[in-house]
Design a protein around this ligand. Structure first.
Ligand code: NAD
Length: 248
């Protein structure tokens, strides 16, 4: 039997990068998928076709995770279609990197809303379903810089540190109902998000990592699979770093 057979997972920011890799991994283990992203574009359409071909049920919704009402609406619609939601992966995230001296209020607000408020929005939206089911695994995408901090990323690091506090609180609050909540803190992962960095900066990062390379989205997805499945049935309130020993 596959690890996620009979389970339904909702993944935000799923049309590319780490979110897409998690969707592919979960589909390969038999999960039905509710995917969201800002737009239902060609990327999203191609992904839905690719995943549907594996035999699982897949639906993609255009929904802005940073908006409370949109999170409520998408979960309501998806719940009608899928019945239950067992797994939530709060993956959507953005960067607006700059030194604090130059950071605008807008850059601060955007990053906090998309990275942190979205986690609150979606968790609130699925909470009552999970409580009724007495089953749930919530996985929040933090970052190693949420643990260590990083110059030029005060907004991003604060949002990712906020996710850690939220994750631990939810794990304590909902544990008695068999709802687990964990965070993944990736290091330097090769996606479009990090592709934006200049070549020399990317080389420098890789040099600093003991495993001497950036990670792949699939390597993050494997940890998400562990946390989503019953392989981790006694793991909750934890932050798992996936960073090639970049931060120890
Ligand atoms: P990415 O930019 O490649 O993909 C992010 C996806 O989220 C995109 O499809 C984007 O459209 C979507 N998105 C953005 N804002 C959204 C919103 N408001 N509502 C719904 N969807 C939205 O990024 P990635 O590298 O795949 O990162 C995924 C997650 O992992 C993010 O939370 C990121 O902060 C985190 N992370 C990434 C790295 C890395 O090195 N790539 C490291 C640590 C943490």
């Amino acid at each position: 039997m596959k690890l996620l057979e009979g389970k339904t997972a909702l993944i935000t920011g799923a049309s590319r990068g780490i979110g897409k890799a998690i969707a592919e991994k979960f589909a390969s283990e038999g999960a039905n998928l509710i995917l969201t992203d800002l737009f239902y574009d060609d990327n999203a359409r191609a992904l839905v076709e690719e995943l549907s071909a594996t035999g699982v049920k897949v639906k993609m919704y255009a929904s802005d995770a940073s908006k409370f009402d949109q999170a409520q609406a998408v979960v309501e619609e998806a719940a009608k279609e899928f019945g239950q939601i067992h797994i939530l992966v709060n993956n959507a995230g953005i960067t607006r990197d700059t030194l604090l001296m130059r950071m605008t209020e807008d850059q601060w607000d955007m990053v906090i809303n998309v990275n942190l408020k979205s986690v609150f929005n979606l968790t609130k939206a699925v909470q009552s379903l999970m409580l009724k089911q007495r089953y749930g695994s919530i996985i929040n995408m933090s970052s190693v810089v949420g643990v260590s901090g990083n110059a030029g990323q005060a907004n991003y690091s604060a949002s990712k540190a906020g996710i850690v506090g939220f994750t631990k609180s939810v794990a304590r609050e909902l544990g008695s109902r068999n709802i687990r909540c964990n965070a993944i803190a990736p290091g330097f992962i090769l996606t479009e998000m990090t592709d934006k960095l200049p070549e020399d900066v990317r080389k420098e990062w890789a040099e600093k990592i003991p495993l001497k390379r950036g990670g792949t989205p699939d390597e993050v997805a494997k940890v998400a699979l562990f946390l989503a499945s019953d392989l981790s049935s006694y793991v909750s309130g934890q932050v798992i770093q996936v960073c090639g020993a970049m931060l120890t």
